[in-house]
Write a protein that binds this ligand. Structure first.
Ligand code: PDD
Length: 286
């Protein structure tokens, strides 16, 4: 069965879905997106994802083409029409098709696109051994809180990681930790879990919120504050989080071991809480 996508009011096979070359998503990267995990066909933290979508749309001055009830129906329809109980739902809204001009076009309908891909949790080996990361200067723009489809900076940074044989690239701006190319970053120092604050320099991750909630309920000492580069380089643990990676430990940074070079005790505790939490959601959805 081929993958079914949604494009501007129609459900159709992926290979039949096309957009005009003058779509501003193609010409300017003028759009926003979301990635929503679905467990047991249940969209995870959907209200939170829809709230972030709304804020991203506000951030690029594009009216939301649909209300939450319609988004919810559409997302569940895409989940129902595709195979696999666990899916990763990608949705994108662009400013639509118009003659090329940087200024916003008038009276143009936004392009709305949704697709599904299998949601495969990170391999056990990655969870048990952790992953390598490198570091780089965060040279992206100053609206990283907007989940924009303009991801050239993120792509260049991620490729630098791949070229170095690493999974992610941990980013610093003006001497402070921001995030990674496609994940949020946490560090553990002196037994305390630290997270950088949500501001215009980082994407407000849904998984970031879950991890902080689990730290709270699991009584893991934690604090949200600006994290100097030196604290990252001397951290006992470094974690990356995202909807698709869940929580992974970074065990080497720029080739040097992080802590003992294996996933730390606090990582193992919170990773366990995350898996329990996921199982609970899956049971409720089933
Ligand atoms: N990316 N920071 C950046 C730059 C990201 O691209 C992502 C996720 C995150 C984590 O956000 P969340 O926990 O809501 O997934 C942080 C998605 C998965 C992507 O672009 O594919």
């Amino acid at each position: 069965m081929s993958e079914i996508v949604y494009l501007n009011g129609e459900f159709l096979p992926l290979e039949k879905a096309t957009v005009p070359v003058l779509d501003r998503g193609f010409i300017f990267g003028d759009g926003v997106y979301e990635v929503i995990p679905a467990y047991s066909r249940h969209a995870f933290r959907l209200p939170e994802h829809l709230r972030r979508l709304e804020r991203s749309l506000d951030g690029i001055r594009l009216a939301n083409p649909m209300g939450d009830a319609d988004w919810t129906r559409l997302i569940h329809e895409i989940i129902a029409r595709n195979q696999g109980d666990d899916q990763s739902i990608y949705l994108q809204v662009t400013r639509g098709v118009a003659k090329r001009d940087h200024a916003f076009p008038l009276n143009v309908k936004p392009t709305v696109f949704l697709m599904s891909s299998p949601l495969v949790p990170p391999a056990r080996e990655l969870v048990e051994n952790g992953v390598p990361a490198i570091t780089a200067t965060d040279f992206r723009w100053l609206k990283c809180n907007v989940k924009s489809t303009s991801l050239l900076g993120n792509c260049l940074l991620r490729q630098a990681a791949v070229d170095a044989g690493a999974t992610e690239v941990v980013l610093f701006r003006d001497g402070y930790l921001t995030e990674a190319s496609a994940s949020n970053v946490f560090v553990v120092k002196n037994g305390v879990l630290f997270a950088p604050p949500k501001n215009h320099l980082v994407l407000p991750g849904i998984t970031y919120d879950v991890v902080l909630e689990l730290a709270r309920t699991g009584r893991v000492p934690h604090e949200v504050r600006e994290i100097p580069e030196q604290d990252v380089r001397s951290a006992e643990e470094i974690w990356i989080t995202s909807s698709t990676k869940e929580v992974l430990a970074v065990t080497t940074l720029d080739g040097r071991p992080v802590g003992a070079g294996t996933p730390g005790a606090i990582f193992r505790a919170v990773h366990g809480l995350y898996q329990d939490f996921k199982r609970k959601i899956m049971r409720q959805a089933a």
